[in-house]
Design a protein around this ligand. Structure first.
Ligand code: BJ8
Length: 423
């Protein structure tokens, strides 16, 4: 592994604490990932990325900054990457998925805040994540209350722009989101010093659409009878997609999809015939949160789809590429993003339709609806998700968990019983 200590030092990181994190990650990754049998060879790329997770991409970002590019850190799939890319900026995801960062967040946030928010704030305040140190600007959004208030803390010493996301999907809300996107474009232009043209935005739309198409190909392969990739590996690909360069991401995921399609043709599967197929729905699983996938896939089932922001919500629906003026492009972007169904919207019937549609498309034997502890939105939405799935005759298990390992045994017992019940 390359020595990145100097880089971390220059970023003002807490090296001692960061060392502790660097020590646990390889073991966790080895236990969860490298112990799997018959993985696609193309996964070597993602294994390498994880082995240098705080080194390789951060050093690329720093090099880009030296050449004048700006890095925008985002926390939600509603923030349109296209705008940043069109101004020659770079986007990196910032959501925290490790228990390691949670105590840092708890120093300033109520304990009853969801772990994703606590970990994100902890990663920033404890100075143990290079991505949080590198980002020149954070972009927040008005989704859940916890995030809205967290921006006020996170934005204390970093430029922060907050996008005001409507909470309904009427035509006036879509118009409002179009305006919000146009305002974001102005902020990005000013911050980067680069003008966004219809041409550059058109190119950026194509770049991000291509990344979506590649991820959709990987997911399409998971619909096959013989499942060519584990849910854990597919999740890792999704998680890294938030950090990687979008063009490289499309290329590596397409290479993986080539291999998966060949595996399907050759009848190769990573699971024994008859393994129960699970669709996972709920709150996002930020890296390195592999807990549920690992429990499910070591309990005799396979995760074949995630109706999550680290799943289908990230790549379904493309932005219309045929628009030629900035005004039309902003509207097309707004329309695409407003098709995403997060529980912060009311009503949010679209998500329930998505879950049932996806359960059928991926031939899921059952659905696990999992939310992060203290996520009131997804937890409350469970009631309607449960009722709709029961009506559709699809077995469902509702869970609530966090990043700690304390409930792992209990979860395993419940998940095993659910899988057994699937017959
Ligand atoms: S579009 S899911 S990425 S807001 S889990 S922080 S909602 S309390 S992450 Fe999300 Fe955008 Fe929605 Fe997706 Fe709040 Fe819930 Fe925590 Fe959440």
């Amino acid at each position: 592994m390359t020595d990145y200590v100097k880089m971390w030092e220059n970023l003002g990181m807490d090296l001692k604490n960061h060392d502790a994190l660097c020590q646990v990650l390889p073991t966790a990754f080895g236990d969860v990932y490298l112990s799997q049998q018959n993985r696609p060879q193309a996964m070597a790329f993602w294994d390498f990325v994880v082995s240098e997770i705080h080194g390789i991409r951060p050093s690329e970002l720093i090099e880009a900054q030296k050449k004048g590019q700006k890095v925008f850190g985002t926390f939600c799939v509603y923030v349109p990457d296209e705008i940043v890319i069109a101004a020659n900026g770079i986007v990196t995801g910032l959501c925290g998925g490790s228990q390691f960062w949670v105590p840092g967040g708890e120093k300033v946030l109520p304990k009853s805040t969801c772990p994703l928010i606590k970990a994100s704030v902890g990663a920033r305040l404890d100075r143990t994540c290079p991505f949080f140190r590198i980002a020149d600007m954070y972009v927040g959004e008005t989704t859940c209350d916890g995030k809205k208030k967290a921006w006020e803390i996170l934005g204390q010493d970093v430029p922060m722009h907050i996008m005001d996301l409507p909470q309904m999907k009427r035509s006036k809300d879509i118009r409002k989101w179009t305006e919000e996107i146009a305002d974001f474009a102005k902020v990005v232009e000013e911050f980067t010093g680069n003008k966004i043209s219809a041409e550059s935005l058109g190119q950026a739309i194509k770049t991000i659409n291509n990344k979506r198409r590649a991820l959709a190909r990987m997911y399409e392969a998971r619909k096959a009878e013989n499942i060519p990739i584990s849910g854990k590996d597919a999740l890792l690909v999704m998680q890294i997609a938030f950090f990687d360069d979008p063009v490289r991401c499309a290329k590596t995921v397409n290479d993986l999809a080539d291999e998966l399609e060949k595996r399907i043709a050759d009848g190769v599967s990573v699971f024994p015939k008859g393994t129960k197929r699970i669709l996972l729905t709920g709150t996002p699983l930020a890296i390195p949160n592999w807990k549920l996938h690992h429990i499910i896939e070591t309990s005799g089932a396979a995760v074949v789809c995630e109706e999550m922001c680290t799943g289908t919500r990230y790549f379904e629906n493309l932005v219309d590429e045929s628009k030629n003026t900035l005004e039309e492009q902003f509207e097309a972007i707004s329309q695409r993003y407003m098709k995403t169904n997060c529980a912060c919207f009311t009503p949010n019937a679209g998500r329930i339709d998505d879950i049932i549609r996806l359960a059928k498309e991926y031939k899921a034997d059952g659905v696990i609806d999992a939310s992060l502890k203290f996520c009131c939105l997804y937890d409350t939405e469970k009631y309607k998700v449960n009722a709709a799935l029961k009506e559709a005759g699809i077995p469902v298990l509702s869970l609530e968990t966090d990043y700690a390992d304390a409930d792992a045994e209990q979860l395993k017992t419940r998940i095993e019983a659910f899988i057994e019940m699937l017959g």
